[in-house]
Write a protein that binds this ligand. Structure first.
Ligand SMILES: [Cu+2]
Length: 162
């Protein structure tokens, strides 16, 4: 009997595990994006290159998706994703998503508001504007999660070198 129970336990754990990863072990992420969004496709490519299994949901009205899922409107970018119970808004690097789902902080998700040049999917030559990844809850409270980018590049851009 104890053997049967432990088998049931193991099978349950396996099934629970399958809801988050593919049989090959890739983390599943669902991305809501407009079918025509090029930078969104660039971000999806970045995720796939970093081992995520991406499920795309074509969606034209992303504002209502953000409202439904609980992404505060002031953090809006061009696509919204769901991974392992967390929301991902905008051009968040894969490394931050990995950190989020392994550290599991008390938050609803992480966001890169707007579309900073140099973030994954927003590459323009060698330019890397600085940007922050923000941890957020659905009330709109945010907290810095990571900082990216090269401040020097922005100074150069501002001085008109670009
Ligand atoms: Cu974008």
């Amino acid at each position: 009997m104890r053997f049967v129970l432990s088998c049931v336990f193991i099978v349950t754990m396996l099934v629970a595990g399958c809801s988050k990863t593919t049989p090959e072990g890739a983390t599943l992420i669902t991305v809501y994006k407009s079918p025509n969004c090029q930078c969104c496709s660039g971000w999806v490519k970045h995720l796939r290159q970093h081992g995520f299994a991406v499920r795309i949901k074509a969606e034209r009205d992303l504002a209502s998706i953000r409202a439904k899922l609980g992404v505060p409107e002031q953090l809006a970018a061009c696509h919204t994703a769901v991974v392992d119970g967390y929301l991902i808004e905008g051009h968040v690097p894969a490394s931050d998503i990995r950190r989020l789902i392994s550290e599991r902080p008390k938050a609803n998700g992480i966001a890169v508001p707007g579309m900073p040049i140099g973030s994954p999917g927003m590459e323009v030559g060698e330019r890397h504007d600085p940007y922050e990844v923000l941890l957020f809850d659905t009330s709109g409270e945010t907290q810095a999660f990571t900082s990216h980018g090269n401040k020097l590049a922005v100074k150069t851009a501002e001085s008109g070198a670009y």
